[in-house]
Every structure is written in structure tokens, then in C-alpha cells.
Design a protein around this ligand. Sequence first.
Ligand SMILES: Cc1cc2nc3c(=O)[nH]c(=O)nc-3n(C[C@H](O)[C@H](O)[C@H](O)COP(=O)(O)O)c2cc1C
Length: 362
Amino acid sequence: MNHHTALTDLIPARLPLLQAPMAGAQGSNLALAVCAAGGVGGLPAAMLSPEALRAELQLLRQQAQGPWNVNFFCHTPPQPDDAVEARWREVLRPFYDEAGIDPASVPAGAGRVPFSHAVADVVEPFAPPVVSFHFGLPAPNLLERVKSWGSRVLSSATTVEEALWLEAHGVDAVIAQGLEAGGHRGMFLSAELGTQLGTFALLPQVVAAVKLPVIAAGGIASADGVRAAMALGASGVQVGTAFLCCPEAGTSALHRAALMSEAARHTELTTLFSGRPARGIVNRLMRTLGSLNPAAPAFPLATAAVAPLRAHFEKLGRTDCTPLWSGQNASGCRAAPAAVILADLAKGLDAALSRSAGSASV
Ligand SMILES: Cc1cc2nc3c(=O)[nH]c(=O)nc-3n(C[C@H](O)[C@H](O)[C@H](O)COP(=O)(O)O)c2cc1C
């Protein structure tokens, strides 16, 4: 079956299917498995030290069968604010008391660094086939540096305005990230959640607005979902949540159990774990504090104060304070190899692409 689209012209994989890079949940193992099966595997780099990033890039360069993607965040780091941090710890105090943790003993810190020239120094020798960004794009000279390696550049748009902005600033393809998507919203032009659209409202509007190939993301977890996205004009599909229970992913046992339970039917956007809205399965911290509690410090500073609480409850086998990132549709999660998940998704391409080829020849 021919799976050729505008996206595979740009990124010559056998399938126009991307495995979403998922920071904290996977590394090169999952990416390599997806590449071997004909998709575009993704390495999330936002939480990797330079040494870990170099080691992962070496594995991808040596072993990847086909094009692979390395993904970075490009947020502007906020100024730490002692008063905001103190207020946040006050809001978390009942949890600290229950866990027997002295909030004063908990170090503050960032945890996620944006893409920079220092990070580019690590990446440059590997000239990744694809580099994708979340939260916009790096500064123009840094973006030019990435493009000078020959890397194809992708970034997420959550509104038509963001898609147009990304096109004007030089991406090669746009990822239309619908509101159903798991993990962080890639939103960068507005922080207003009311601007955010579901995948099948966003996708056709982005396809109509930009000339670039558009990749659909958010809530797609089956062949039918892929078929529907392609019918709405997508040139490819990016899937995250459905890969989280693959043996090649690094997802914790507690997170896997939650994804495969009825709890996964209730996700919300929350700022509690990082400071930016991200979608995860509702847990006790979210229920107690409210998922969008305004006391959470700006991204990524909210993370540090929650980290020891997460560790405390996880030791007890509980996810009270664990970010259980998941999209709204976890029905595709199975303890099956990534190649099996990808092959199932690819069945949606057969019908979609043969139909569009057929209608083109009429
Ligand atoms: C556990 C998890 C972590 C994620 N981390 C990242 C990340 O590091 N970088 C990124 O660009 N997107 C990240 N995302 C968002 C994905 O790129 C993508 O938009 C989303 O997975 C698509 O929706 P789906 O999960 O419903 O398939 C993450 C998603 C999940 C579920």
C-alpha cells in the first residue's frame, strides 16, 4: 500500500505517522521501535541533561531505521519569585503535613530547560532528520542554526493564529494539537484556555489556513481516528497516549495502571505539576486544589515543590500527587509492542489514502 503524502515528501518515512515525544515517559527505546516499524519515532529532550541527551542521540544515530525526531521546549524561563514560591508551598501545606515533609527542606528549581545554543552544541553533530518544538519556536538565529543542519522543523499549533505564526516563522510542517491531547498544551500566543479547540475543529481550519503539511494530534488512538484525521486534510498523524503502555515506553507501573483503568476516562487540564496547562488523569491533588489553582508558579517552577510529595505517595503505591499525563482518549493504550500499535493505526491510512488517490483520478 502506498502511504505517500505531503509529509512523507518532507520526512521520508514509510508511514506518515509520528510517535509524539513524551518527556518523562519514554526515551530512544520507544522511538527506535517506532522507526523500525516505519513511523517517525520521537525523543523528548526537555528533561534530559546534556550527557543523557548525547547518549540518546548516539543510540538514535546508530540504530534508527528511518527518520527520527528530537523534541525541545522553547519557553522563556520566568524569574523565580520568593513570595509566589512561599504561597505555593502554603497551598500545598496539608499534603506536606500528611507526608511528614518540611516545606523549607524542599529545594526550588526549574527541571526543564528551553532549547538554547548550548543545547544546540550537543545536537549539531547528530544533525537529526527532524527537530520539533513545543511552546513556539526558538529565536530566529537559533532556528536558522537548526535548519542549517538540514533538519526538518515542526512545532505545535493550538489555534489557527499559532499555525499562521509558525508558517510565517519558517517551520516545515505544523502539528495541529487539539484540546484532547495528553501532556502540555503547546499554546504560545495566548494563555487563554478559551482559545483552545478540539482536534476536529482545529485541524480543518489549520489545513485551510496554511500551505504547509499539517499533522493532526490529540485524541487519535485507532485506525478510524487516523482515517478521520486524514479525511479532514491531515498529511500525517501524531499519537502520544496510545503508545504509553508499550513495553518500550518508560511509563511507570502506577501510570500504566491508571491509563488502563476507568480513571482514565476523566482527564483535565492542570497547571499544578509544572505551571502550564497539561492534560492528565484527575488525581487527589487536582481534586483537592482545583486543577488550575492560580497559586501554581509559572512554568516550569511549579514542579519542584510537588516533586517530594509525588515521591512520598508513589512509595506507598499511590498516585495522589503524580502527574498522570493522558489524552482524553486512552482507549488505545495496550501492553503491546509499539510496532503492533503503529500497524493498527496504519490501517486507517490504507482506506484514507486509497480513497483520496481514487477521488483524484476521477
Ligand atoms: C505523557 C505525555 C508527555 C508529553 N510530552 C511532550 C513533550 O515532551 N513534547 C511535546 O512536544 N509534546 C508532548 N506531549 C504532547 C504530544 O506531543 C501530543 O500533542 C499528544 O500526545 C497528542 O495527543 P494524544 O496523547 O491524545 O495522542 C506529551 C503527551 C503525553 C501524553
